[in-house]
Design a protein. Structure first.
Length: 187
């Protein structure tokens, strides 16, 4: 990813997705800031840039498929597989439901998942890694060869250690501190 595109994505996340206020995170922890990546990922430029960034990480790791828990992983997965198409890269995408679907094919994992492929579990923002570890368990049980965890924004609150214990290599595009600093420097 060109440094100008990386800076553009960073500034877009800072402008569209960064909020300072007291709230509760998915992990149950309290925080005085929030990075709502979906506000950026559902903009055409944001989806394009995030897809390019995630694809670059996935390609460097030799990943054949990626996905994670609905709903956090959905827009970042979609952005990455769209980028893969643009570049002629064979990359499959999927998502993991919180519980098995009660109708249709009654699947826990939806999309283009194939067992045996080198896999990354992903999310838009990761704090402690709880949702990603939940996806990891489902994907490994279904036969995915999960080697990596990838995120757009890493909050630096324990996920790296949790993923190391689970045998995953962990990669991210930005840290939350980078987003915070960019937000403070915006006009």
């Amino acid at each position: 990813m060109k440094s100008t595109e990386r800076t553009e994505l960073l500034n877009l996340l800072a402008r569209e997705s960064y909020f300072e206020r007291e709230l509760k995170l998915t992990s149950g922890r309290a925080s005085n800031y929030y990075v709502d990546c979906k506000r950026t990922l559902y903009l055409p430029l944001g989806a394009y840039l995030a897809g390019e960034a995630i694809l670059e990480i996935a390609q460097a790791a030799g990943i054949a498929q990626l996905g994670g828990m609905a709903a956090g992983a959905l827009p970042v997965t979609d952005a990455a597989i769209a980028a893969a198409y643009r570049h002629g890269v064979d990359l499959r995408g999927f998502f993991v439901r919180k519980e098995t679907k009660a109708h249709g094919l009654q699947q826990l994992i939806e999309g283009a998942f194939r067992k045996g492929l080198k896999t990354a579990v992903i999310d838009d923002t990761i704090t402690t890694g709880g949702s990603t570890l939940q996806a990891l368990a489902a994907v490994r049980e279904a036969g995915g060869d999960v080697t990596h965890a990838i995120t757009l924004v890493e909050r630096g609150e324990g996920a790296a250690d949790a993923f190391a214990k689970a045998g995953l290599q962990y990669r991210w595009v930005f840290t939350a501190e980078e987003i915070r600093a960019a937000a403070k420097s915006l006009p």
